[in-house]
Design a protein around this ligand. Structure first.
Ligand code: G3P
Length: 214
């Protein structure tokens, strides 16, 4: 499974990249707001740290505007992936951008039919949101299962990025379902390293080593 870091905080990206555990980064307007910086500046700095797969989201609602923004963002780095919303205009933009070999990530996906349409449009990635479905008591993992089944049935090369991840359990279950990627908040990624029995075990080993040296 590939792991992307879902943040626009460059220090978090640097730390995770140096750990050698992330394969890309996703941002969105809310994450950019949280960073307190401009999209273009953040994407430029991230592209100097991460090797590839850096998602930057367009804000236009018409496909012409989306395509215009996308072409501008691509001037920052070929590592950029253009995030577009799951709308009719968004899929029109995906069709145009895919013909220009510009990678796209169709976001705010909440149904398997949406993912199917995005894949048919030529999306490089689809981003189904788990946490926001769970928030309204809809079983998010069924969505991932359905998308995976459909993509496998027809051999779509579009990759599934599990997004709106809220816990290590989300990552675990998406991996068990065979999703291609999980885009994970920094806090959740750090939680994935930890287990209390590992801590207890290390402490005991160090204590026993010290005793053995006496
Ligand atoms: O990648 C999408 C993610 O940032 C949304 O997360 O927690 O706002 O649903 P959340």
């Amino acid at each position: 499974m590939k792991i992307f870091l879902d943040t626009a905080i460059v220090d978090e990206i640097k730390e995770a990249w140096d750990l050698g555990i992330i394969d890309g980064v996703t941002t969105n307007p809310s994450l950019i707001l949280r960073s307190g910086r401009k999209l273009e500046d953040v994407l430029k700095e991230i592209s100097d740290i991460v090797d590839d797969c850096i998602s930057g989201e367009v804000i236009s609602t018409d496909h012409e505007g989306m395509v215009r923004e996308a072409r501008e963002l691509m001037k920052i780095s070929p590592k950029i992936v253009i995030k577009v919303p799951m709308t009719k205009e968004g899929l029109k933009a995906v069709r145009i951008l895919s013909k220009e070999n510009i990678r796209t990530n169709v976001t705010l996906i909440f149904s398997a039919n949406q993912a199917l349409l995005a894949a048919k449009a030529g999306a490089t990635y689809v981003s189904p949101f788990l946490g926001r479905l769970d928030d309204i008591s809809q079983e998010s993992l069924i969505l991932i299962e359905d998308i995976k089944e459909i993509f496998d049935n027809y051999g779509f090369t579009t990759e599934i990025i599990c997004a709106s991840i809220r816990s290590p359990l989300h990552v675990l279950n998406c991996a068990k379902l065979g999703a291609d990627i999980a885009t994970v908040p920094y806090k959740t990624l750090m939680q994935m390293f930890d287990h209390p029995l590992t801590d207890v075990g290390i402490k005991r080993f160090l204590q026993d080593y010290d005793k053995s040296q006496k």
